[in-house]
Design a protein around this ligand. Structure first.
Ligand SMILES: [Zn+2]
Ligand SMILES: [Zn+2]
Length: 374
């Protein structure tokens, strides 16, 4: 079967792309529109959200790597939280049709290593090896601050007609929170969950935990406006740790019992030790954020209390599909965390808003076209 492309979408030869120059430098260039290969489609990008990791890559390069090297001055396109429309199928692709609206996961594992076989494709042992089939768009292969991107069909999730482009960009964030709850055991209905840190993943963690039936769901943080959003997304209790000791607050709310699970999304230096005091014996902690420096941890406390600690990378085990299902069923309103929208020519401004949290920005979305013109 040859590469299929309907006349419905005319694909140009080149596209506008924001690429990484030197550290903290983004420049717009023209790049050739990529060709989808086996098991791949070409996605016309309709919207993309700015992620804190994009800001990190822009400044430090890591965690992005291009062919095993730092990604500066390699015409590398960053951005990974995008959605769009399938405009071209690679050879033998029939899983998605031209015209399908899709949102994407970041990681297409190689599909041939032991981790991929277990569904842990975000921990692929051939990470970064394009020759083995691995892709992590916006990390090791070109991402979404552009007009078109190639995606493996395994990274696609259908977007329902009544979900906006902006909301669809948030699916992968909700999927990351879902993956964190999955790795801790997943069966959280009726169990207490604390989410520490009301960033995008933390706020989606609240929403997903609530949708999965957890109770109580408790959110801790330092900014009242974000904690208020947490309430709208389903938090039973919120704690501003500027006003009250976080551990004491959890003990107060749970009548001294603690909770079964903590999803750590703050990256604060003391977060791990506090999480250990929030869970009860045998409790589970998932680290979805991390401090920028090594920090001391009271390991003896963890061992004596049989506390399990997990780390997650990205959105493995098809968690994105489960999060997308909750959003399609309108179990929570992810749109609450979308605060600002810019156009493709305004990517540096969009990034500035996200970085400096101008006007209380949380999720800043770049939208490629007006709805009417779509
Ligand atoms: Zn992200
Ligand atoms: Zn693999």
């Amino acid at each position: 079967m040859a590469t299929k492309q309907s006349n419905q979408f005319e694909v140009p030869e080149t596209m506008k792309a924001w690429v990484l120059g030197d550290p903290d430098e983004l420049k717009q260039i023209e790049k050739p529109v990529p060709e989808p290969g086996d098991a791949e489609v070409l996605v016309r990008i309709d919207a993309i959200a700015v992620c804190a990791t994009d800001l990190e890559i822009l400044e430090n390069g890591l965690p992005a790597m291009v062919e095993g090297e730092n990604p500066f001055n390699k015409d590398f396109i960053l951005g990974h939280e995008y959605m769009g429309t399938v405009v071209k199928q690679g050879p033998n692709v029939d899983e998605y049709d031209v015209g399908d609206r899709v949102t994407v996961e970041v990681h297409a594992g190689c599909g041939r290593c032991p981790r991929c076989r277990e569904g842990m494709y975000t921990s692929c042992l051939n990470y970064g090896l394009r020759s083995k089939g691995h892709r992590a768009n916006g990390f090791s292969t070109d991402g979404g601050f552009t007009e078109y991107a190639v995606n493996n069909i395994n990274t696609l999730v259908h977007v329902p007609d009544d979900m906006s482009d902006e909301e669809a960009t948030l699916v992968v964030t909700a999927g990351t929170a879902m993956y964190g709850l999955d790795v801790m055991g997943g069966l959280i209905a009726g169990e207490g969950v604390v989410i520490t840190g009301p960033g995008p993943i933390g706020l989606m963690g609240v929403a997903v935990a609530k949708a999965m039936g957890a109770g109580p769901v408790i959110l801790t943080g330092t900014r009242d406006n974000r904690l208020e959003m947490g309430k709208q997304l389903g938090a039973d209790h919120v704690v501003n740790v500027r006003n009250e000791d976080a551990v004491e607050a959890i003990q107060r709310i749970t009548g001294g019992k603690g909770v079964q699970y903590v999803l750590e999304c703050s990256g604060a230096a003391n977060a791990m030790n506090e999480a250990a005091k929030m869970v009860n014996r045998g409790g589970r902690i998932c680290l979805a954020a991390f401090p920028s420096e090594p920090v001391p941890v009271d390991l003896a406390y963890l061992v004596r209390n049989n506390i399990y600690v997990f780390g997650i990378r990205g959105e493995g085990k098809s968690a994105t599909h489960r999060a997308a299902a909750f959003m399609a069923q309108k179990r929570f309103d992810a749109k609450i965390i979308h605060t600002h929208t810019f156009g493709l020519d305004e990517v540096p401004t969009a990034i500035k808003y996200a970085k400096e949290r101008i006007d209380d920005a949380i999720k800043v979305v770049v939208k490629m076209r007006d709805e009417e013109a779509a």
